[in-house]
Design a protein around this ligand. Structure first.
Ligand code: 13P
Ligand code: SF4
Length: 357
């Protein structure tokens, strides 16, 4: 990074002192992570935001839905700031609240809404978290999806019963968790396509399903293929393949281990020196993990897969601008969730935070 910019960042950070707390998601650039007070996956960062009541400003180096969740979980006299408002998430954008409401009407018409609980992945808008709270469901992240799904099925008669979960917006995390952790069959999972009338499903398909998966995916993780796994195994005998659960089911099935960004870091920390690893997640994180473990042989699962372009929008110039503005008394890019949505989204987020484990 430009040394002058780094110097300005240090000066602004020092001037803000305890008034500001900086959170950095694992997919952020190194130049941003250098200034993060805490780094984490989306679950850890939500908890960290809620645990900093003394910070006047929470500067969220991550994407929009994470900053919204932090705003919901912090008090009204705290301000959450996203250094670049264009840092969205293509997956979160795949589920609009009006589409989700229409989907619920389809479930009502099929006579199954009262036996269905919504579970929304953290990677969704505050409006969808609020919808989930209004319908007594829960938020989940990639690190607690199994616990969240077990809890949700318990609310509608148990995993062995006939109740259903509407899982939004990541079909892959929902499918992977249902099949690999809860032991459901692929046939029990159906995909609701919001662009098709009735989600593209018949009433009978909806009635027979246990997991109704929203048709959404991550544009980064969705690009890893089963062939990537086969190729790396052929190239590096004995390699361990570790992927994020936003990858497609065939990739997760072909891999050795699956888990959130925090799990990936912990797994590499605990790995034997000299062991070989192929990691299927965002490139900033994989590069940092590789740099932190020069004694291990760390590969990127597919060298053509790019960074998460929206995570990458947060760069040092944006962070410096944010901090210098605050020092000058100007609050830039505050993230404020509408109070009714915030109330109900908090119900669903609190439900997640209350899950065991
Ligand atoms: P986690 O931080 O929960 O691993 O999720 C990854 C992700 O895609 C965040 O956008
Ligand atoms: Fe969204 Fe995927 Fe980027 Fe995460 S990695 S912010 S899910 S697009």
């Amino acid at each position: 990074s430009d040394p002058d910019l780094v110097e300005r960042a240090r000066a602004a950070r020092a001037a803000l002192g305890d008034r500001a707390f900086i959170l950095g998601h694992h997919y952020q650039r190194d130049e941003v992570i250098d200034f993060a007070d805490v780094t984490g996956d989306s679950f850890k960062l939500a908890r960290e935001a809620a645990a900093r009541p003394d910070a006047e400003f929470i500067i969220f180096c991550g994407v929009h839905f994470m900053a919204e969740s932090a705003d919901i979980l912090t008090s009204d006299d705290q301000t959450v700031i996203l250094p670049d408002l264009a840092a969205g998430c293509s997956m979160a954008d795949m589920a609009a609240i009006n589409q989700v409401e229409e989907c619920w009407e389809v479930l009502q018409d099929a006579g199954i809404a009262d036996q269905t609980l919504p579970v929304t992945y953290m990677n969704s808008t505050a409006a969808i978290k609020a919808f989930t709270g209004r319908h007594a469901g829960t938020v989940c992240t990639s690190s607690n999806a199994e616990v969240a799904l077990r809890w949700a099925f318990d609310q509608v008669g148990g995993v062995e019963g006939t109740g259903k979960v509407l899982f939004m917006p990541d079909q892959h995390l929902g499918r992977n968790t249902a099949i690999l952790k809860l032991g459901m069959s692929p046939e029990e999972c159906v995909v609701f396509d919001p662009r098709k009338p009735g989600g593209g499903l018949t009433t009978q398909q909806l009635r027979d399903a246990r997991m109704i998966l929203w048709r959404g995916h991550c544009s980064v993780h969705g690009r890893f293929s089963e062939k990537n796994v086969t190729d790396i195994r052929a190239a590096v005998p004995g390699i361990n393949v570790l992927v994020h659960p936003e990858c497609k089911n065939e990739v997760v099935v072909a891999a050795d281990l699956v888990g959130s960004t925090e799990f990936i870091i912990q797994t590499l920390d605990a790995a034997e020196p000299g062991s070989s690893w192929a990691i299927g997640t965002e490139l900033n994180l994989v590069r940092r993990v590789a740099a932190a473990h020069p004694d291990k042989n760390v590969h990127y699962l597919d060298s053509t897969v790019c960074f998460c372009s929206t995570m990458n929008r947060i760069d040092l110039p944006h962070l410096v601008w944010t901090m210098e503005s605050l020092v000058a008394g100007r609050v830039v890019n505050p993230i404020v969730v509408d109070s009714d949505d915030a109330h109900w989204a908090k119900v669903a987020l609190d439900q997640m935070l209350a899950l065991p484990g």
